[in-house]
Design a protein around this ligand. Structure first.
Ligand code: 5GP
Ligand code: MG
Ligand code: MG
Length: 184
């Protein structure tokens, strides 16, 4: 077992500086879009992948806001009929009448977010918007409307800045691509 926390990373796809610049831009845009809204803003992170991004993003949103977290897990085979999304940890807050901004690390097939949006939508929020750091449009199987996207990336498995492989690599300051040997 290597003690090197970057062991197996073959390259940086998005650097720390690029991430920081993008998070600032997203925060500015969100601030501008929500500044004249007269409903409370609640930012909801999807555990665990979004936590690093969310921690940085909320400090670039210059508005009063609350935060909460929800955790979902996908089970079953990768087909429309068998794919099931379970809520492992629900919100503590109520969202009725609030403007909800859901923060996700990456959208792949879209199944997780679609289900989360259905659940949140049924709780009478004023509006639900979505912000994802990364998007792999090639992989989409169900349509989800995303208002804020950090980076569109190719169909490669990425780690870092919150994203894991086998619960590791979340603490990298950049988005990296791991050697295929790491996954074997
Ligand atoms: P989906 O959009 O297919 O429902 O699932 C998205 C979830 O799968 C993401 O929130 C993330 O947890 C995981 N995921 C998808 N692509 C990647 C990737 O390239 N790297 C990592 N670490 N997780 C991914
Ligand atoms: Mg996620
Ligand atoms: Mg994961």
């Amino acid at each position: 077992m290597s003690n090197n926390f970057e062991f197996g990373i073959k390259k940086q796809l998005i650097t720390k500086e690029e991430l920081s610049k993008k998070v600032k831009e997203l925060g500015e845009k969100i601030t501008c879009d929500f500044k004249d809204e007269n409903a409370p803003l609640i930012v909801i992170g999807l555990l665990k992948g979004s936590v690093v991004f969310m921690a940085d993003l909320i400090r670039e949103i210059k508005l009063p806001l609350e935060i909460d977290f929800i955790e979902a897990s996908s089970y079953g085979e990768g087909t429309h009929t068998t794919r099931e999304v379970k809520i492992l940890k629900d919100l503590r807050s109520t969202i009725s009448g609030k403007n909800v901004l859901v923060v996700e690390d990456i959208i792949d097939s879209g199944f997780t977010l679609k289900k989360i949006l259905q659940i949140l939508g049924s709780r009478n929020p004023k509006k639900v918007s979505l912000c994802t750091l990364l998007d792999k449009p090639e992989r989409r199987e169900v349509e989800v409307e995303v208002q804020y996207v950090g980076f569109e990336i190719p169909n490669e498995f990425v780690v870092g800045y919150g994203l894991d492989f086998d619960e590791k690599y979340r603490n990298l300051e950049y988005i990296g691509i791991a050697e295929p040997s790491v996954f074997e």
